[in-house]
Ligand binder design. Structure first.
Ligand SMILES: [Zn+2]
Length: 275
């Protein structure tokens, strides 16, 4: 299923019996870059899935004990969150002792950074480049979008059935919701589509510039990523993020136009000094 609101017609046929077109209309959103999105997951369900996924990662990977590293990452995340009006204390940030050059953010206010990322993100601006991209996925609601896609029309019917059911009590509604969740969880942590990746780049780079991080740091980060991938095993980051070379060109172009935003942020006193 393509995830655009043009799908309303197809889904509408599936959903006619449920009289759910009003809900479907509500579920159509416009992303930060003006893209139509079809989102059929209730917010609290998505947050709950993010929280659960984070619990699972914490079970599998040990947290880094180094206080300086933790403070450094907290500082970068905190500066970024300020721009979106979120309180740092509402977000959980964990640095994991793991050699892979990776980071992620999840709905429900979760950020995970693997220590391997410091091999390629060697300055605070580069680290902000990674983390702002990941937060960009969350604020652009890409997880919801991925789940909606993964479920397809049939799963959407189940979820909408659950929503309708929940208005009238438990029973069938919650059973249908469970069916939807099982499908959804299989797709929850899949890599983003190309359009989502571009959007996370756009949103993330804007965010970092507004926070007072040099947007050219994102370019340097990706250049380092590519250099690191010339070894025997490319970082997971690269394999889940398509077309690194063309992405760098786009990041470069956007960095140039974002330098004034960055300078304005610095002039306004947003000068993160994280390490
Ligand atoms: Zn991404």
């Amino acid at each position: 299923m393509r995830c655009t609101c043009a799908d309303k017609g197809d889904l509408g046929r599936h959903l006619a019996g449920l009289s759910a077109l009003a809900l479907l209309a509500v579920a159509c959103a416009t992303s930060a870059t003006g893209r139509k999105q079809l989102l059929l997951m209730p917010d609290d369900e998505v947050r709950g899935m993010g929280e659960q996924a984070f619990v699972n990662v914490k079970k599998e990977s040990p947290a880094a004990q180094e206080p300086v590293t933790n403070a450094y990452v907290q500082c970068v995340v905190g500066a970024l969150l300020q721009v979106i009006g979120a309180k740092a204390s509402d977000w959980e940030v964990v640095v994991f002792e793991d050699d892979s050059a990776n980071a992620f953010a999840l709905p429900g206010g979760k950020v995970g950074v693997y220590t391997g990322i410091f091999k390629v993100a060697t300055t605070q601006d580069q680290l902000a480049g990674v983390i702002s991209h990941e937060i960009g996925h969350v604020i652009s609601r890409h997880h919801e979008e991925r789940i909606t896609r993964q479920m397809g029309a049939q799963g959407a019917v189940q979820v909408l059935g659950a929503l309708l059911g929940s208005r009238y009590g438990e029973g069938i509604g919650s059973a249908a919701m469970q069916g939807g969740s099982v499908l959804a969880q299989t797709g929850f942590l899949l890599p983003g589509s190309r359009e989502q990746e571009t959007e996370a780049d756009v949103v993330g780079q804007q965010l970092m510039a507004q926070a007072g991080f040099d947007p050219r740091g994102a370019v340097a980060l990706w250049t380092n990523m590519i250099a690191a991938s010339n070894g025997s095993r490319p970082p997971q980051w690269l394999s889940t993020h398509p077309n690194p070379e063309s992405r760098i060109r786009e990041l470069q172009q956007r960095a140039a136009s974002l330098v004034p935003v960055y300078e304005q942020a610095r002039a306004a006193g947003r000068r993160p000094s994280c390490g």
